[in-house]
Each structure stands twice: as structure tokens, then as C-alpha cells.
Ligand binder design. Structure first.
Ligand SMILES: Cc1cc2nc3c(=O)[nH]c(=O)nc-3n(C[C@H](O)[C@H](O)[C@H](O)COP(=O)(O)O)c2cc1C
Length: 275
């Protein structure tokens, strides 16, 4: 996958392309759509976000229109402007292995629209889904083999640090001819808000050392995997650090909520240092 610049909008934070209204597309290499599942999901009830300087905690719950409605919109050219402006990565999710397979079957005929398919194996905010699948190695391998057969293009697994060791999944992905890995997703956290338990996925600066370590370990063991660094990249120095430990591209999430100009600044920095 050739991205110029190697800077990606992370899944979820930019919705279905809305963030492109705020930035010049020349500053991004690709735009990842929000994860799409087999059935529509309304997501979780509020509160959905809790923010501090160190982290954002979200409990969105994979709200999305579902694959059939997504394909209908695709056929009605609703994403045409997005496709014209930038490369797009489709993010695929599900509640169990069967659902991942069915979404893969449904999106397969449309693969040409996308630079890559990123499979979200790590959403912490749904009752079933990614994290469970990762912890059952034999059905995980069956699923990876199946998806590799159905999807012919650039195939990326998005993995957190819960459910499986990143070194182990990297080896399995390599063995089954997957092309890349996004490291990491949010990590499960809990806060007491107004005396009530609030559970969600942590993102932002708190993730950076964890994500850096994950990228470092994977790139050392599986250099042929395309590695997208995701987690706490908030400034130019953060971007540098991810490239130093071997990331092929970086992905920005929480940072774009904090400062919409950060994409432009990091893209220019990458151009100067690595262009
Ligand atoms: C509000 C919000 C929604 C998210 N939704 C998704 C999603 O739908 N699919 C996904 O793979 N990751 C999702 N993520 C995870 C991000 O893509 C990213 O991997 C994570 O936030 C870590 O990067 P960051 O620290 O730069 O935000 C979401 C993150 C946030 C903050």
C-alpha cells in the first residue's frame, strides 16, 4: 500500500467522511470509515464520552447503519466525493465469526472502491465481537483463512492489546497471507462519573507507550507486515517516534478532536522529514 503522506484518519473519529470538510485532502494518505457490521447498531446510551488531558474514554458501541444500508448508499454514489478526494479504507466488524464472514462476502464485490479493508478485531465497547474472537485461536485462524479467500485486496487486521499477544497474532497473520496490522485500538477502561460506573475504550496520549511497544515488537518479528501505528499520536514528535520503531504509516484519532489543524501540521512535518 502506497500512501502519500503515510497518514491515515483512524476509524470512528471521522465518521463516514465528514471530517474531510475540515481539512485539505492533500494532507492525508487515506481515510478509514467507521466500522460497519452486518446489522445496524444504534450504539450505547449516553454518556458516551469522558475526556481528560491524558485520555478520552468512549462508549459509542459501534453505531453504524449496517452493511446492506452502506452498500445501498455506495450504489447511490453517496460516497463519491470522498472517493474522489482521497483513498478510502473500509472497516469491517461483527459480533461473531459468522457475522465477519457475511460482511466480508457482502463487501467483496465492491473491494475495488477501497485502498484496503481493515478488520476490526478489537472493539471493546460491544458485548460480543472482536475481543472474544481473538481469544479462541482455532476459530480465529479459520476466520482469517476464510476472509483471505473472500477478500482479494490489501487486508489489514486491527488489533488491540487485549485478547491476544500482538507478537502471536502477527505471526498468524503472516502465515495466512494478510498484508497489514493496525496497532492498537482503544483499551478497556473505567471511570466513576457522578458516582456511576462509566465503562469505555481509552484513547489518546495514555496509549502512546503501549502502542509504540506493540509496533516495535511486531515490526521486529514480522517486517513484511505493513504496520499502521495508532494510539496517542497527538503531535509531530509522536509521529516521529512511531516511524522510528518501524511504523509504515500512522493513524490519527483523538488528536483530530483536540485540534483540527493537527493533521496538516503532522503531514507537513512528515513531508519535510521523510518526503
Ligand atoms: C470516538 C471513537 C470512536 C471509535 N470508533 C472506532 C471504530 O468504529 N472502529 C475502530 O476500528 N476503531 C474505532 N476507534 C479507535 C480509533 O480508530 C483508534 O484506533 C484509537 O482511538 C487509538 O488512537 P488515538 O489514540 O489516536 O485515538 C474509535 C475511537 C474513538 C475515540
Amino acid at each position: 500500500m502506497e500512501l502519500n503522506p503515510p497518514l491515515i484518519i483512524a476509524s470512528g473519529v471521522g465518521g463516514m467522511g465528514e471530517y474531510l470538510k475540515l481539512i485539505d485532502p492533500k494532507y492525508i494518505g487515506a481515510y478509514t470509515l467507521k466500522t460497519i457490521t452486518l446489522f445496524p447498531k444504534e450504539g450505547n446510551l449516553p454518556p458516551r464520552l469522558f475526556a481528560t488531558q491524558e485520555y478520552l474514554m468512549n462508549n459509542i458501541g459501534l453505531e453504524n447503519v449496517g452493511i446492506d444500508a452502506f452498500i445501498e448508499k455506495l450504489n447511490n454514489n453517496q460516497y463519491e466525493e470522498l472517493f474522489e478526494k482521497t483513498k478510502v479504507i473500509f472497516s469491517l466488524g461483527g459480533d461473531d465469526a459468522q457475522e465477519y464472514k457475511r460482511v466480508a462476502q457482502k463487501i467483496a464485490p465492491y473491494e475495488d472502491h477501497f485502498e484496503a479493508i481493515e478488520v476490526n478485531f478489537s472493539c471493546p465497547n460491544v458485548k460480543k465481537g472482536g475481543l472474544n474472537i481473538l481469544s479462541d485461536l482455532s476459530s480465529l485462524q479459520d476466520l482469517l483463512i476464510y476472509m483471505r479467500k473472500v477478500l482479494k485486496g490489501f487486508l489489514i487486521a486491527k488489533i488491540g492489546v487485549e485478547g491476544i499477544f500482538v507478537e502471536q497474532i502477527a505471526q498468524i497473520l503472516k502465515d495466512h497471507a494478510w498484508n497489514g496490522i493496525t496497532l492498537i485500538n482503544t483499551i478497556r477502561g473505567l471511570q466513576i462519573v457522578n458516582d456511576k460506573v462509566f465503562k469505555g475504550g481509552l484513547s489518546g496520549p495514555i496509549l502512546k507507550p503501549i502502542a509504540l511497544r506493540a509496533v516495535y515488537e511486531v515490526k521486529n518479528r514480522a517486517p513484511e507486515l505493513y504496520v499502521i501505528g495508532s494510539g496517542g499520536i497527538m503531535c509531530e514528535k509522536d509521529a516521529d517516534d512511531f516511524f522510528k520503531v518501524g511504523a509504515d504509516a500512522i493513524s490519527l484519532g483523538t488528536a483530530i478532536y483536540k485540534d483540527p489543524h493537527i493533521v496538516e501540521r503532522i503531514a507537513k512535518h512528515i513531508g519535510r522529514c521523510y518526503g
